[in-house]
Design a binder for this molecule. Structure first.
Ligand SMILES: NC(=O)c1ccc[n+]([C@@H]2O[C@H](COP(=O)([O-])OP(=O)(O)OC[C@H]3O[C@@H](n4cnc5c(N)ncnc54)[C@H](OP(=O)(O)O)[C@@H]3O)[C@@H](O)[C@H]2O)c1
Length: 235
């Protein structure tokens, strides 16, 4: 897809991967609508529009997309990026934390997909990117609740890909490993460090996936740091 003059919606642009992606899409002269609870002052551009929206709230999501579609003929790209994780033994996960993760990582994604799919089908064109995690590919101790949300994202994405491919709509599910963002604020045992992925590099990989030719489809994108604990001594 040629990104210039296209319209992209990204959830969660205040920081991290979503922020870096918004910056890179704007550099490509793509019009970006950022949905989230907070914006970021660094996203100063005529091509950027912030729409306050807690994606856990289906009414706010409906209103946000109605506003975008009243201004734009078409949304070409949806990036479901907003998400969060709490780690810990399953029995220690509170009901509130469980609901917060599922409401954001899974239901919020569903609400946003539901708003764009009808108009993408009408246009017979579009690209939806869902950010899962390597936690969607393997079980991990003390990550059971977060894994459950991201396995749901994997299932939704792989099924949606098969629902939409004949409408010329791509669905890409992204599985990043640990990325140096604010994500780990809820996990006091893990400190972000320089051997993690950098959010700007993850964002760049998404731009590449978006820019591929119309008949080239990146279905799954597994991204990991090559040496997550740093270089190992060699003999
Ligand atoms: N960092 C990692 O190691 C890693 C690895 C694999 C996958 N991921 C996934 O990558 C995605 C981005 O995470 P990140 O690493 O960039 O983390 P981050 O720096 O914490 O950013 C998360 C973004 O999501 C937004 N958000 C959270 N809840 C929201 C809600 N209810 N409504 C609207 N926006 C909401 C946040 O905005 P506000 O809080 O300002 O509203 C923020 O902009 C997430 O889906 C995460 O699960 C991260």
């Amino acid at each position: 897809m040629e990104l210039k003059n296209k319209v992209a919606v990204i959830t969660g642009i205040s920081k991290g991967i979503g922020f870096e992606l918004a910056k890179q899409l704007i550099q490509k002269e793509c019009k970006v609508y950022g949905l989230g609870r907070n914006s970021n002052d660094a996203l100063q551009s005529d091509l950027f529009h912030f729409i306050p929206c807690d994606i856990r709230n289906k009414n706010e999501v409906e209103t946000a997309f109605a506003e975008i579609l009243s201004r734009e003929n078409q949304i070409h790209v949806l990036v479901n990026n907003a998400g969060l994780g709490y780690f810990g033994f399953l029995e220690d996960i509170s009901y509130e934390i469980w609901d917060e993760m599922f409401d954001t990582n899974v239901s919020g994604m569903f609400y946003c997909c539901k708003q764009v799919i009808p108009q993408m089908k009408k246009a017979q064109y579009g690209h939806i990117i869902n950010i899962a995690s390597t936690a969607a590919l393997e079980g991990m101790p003390q990550v059971s609740a977060y894994c459950a949300t991201k396995w749901a994202v994997k299932g939704l994405s792989e099924s949606l890909f098969r629902e939409l491919r004949d409408h010329r709509i791509k669905v890409t599910c992204v599985y990043p490993g640990s990325t140096k963002t604010d994500f780990f604020r809820n996990s006091p045992g893990i400190k972000p460090h320089d051997f993690m992925l950098m959010p700007e590099d993850v964002a760049y990989n998404l731009v590449v996936a978006l820019e591929m030719p119309d008949n080239f489809h990146t279905v799954n994108l597994e991204i990991r740091p090559l040496q997550p604990k740093g270089p190992k001594p060699t003999n």
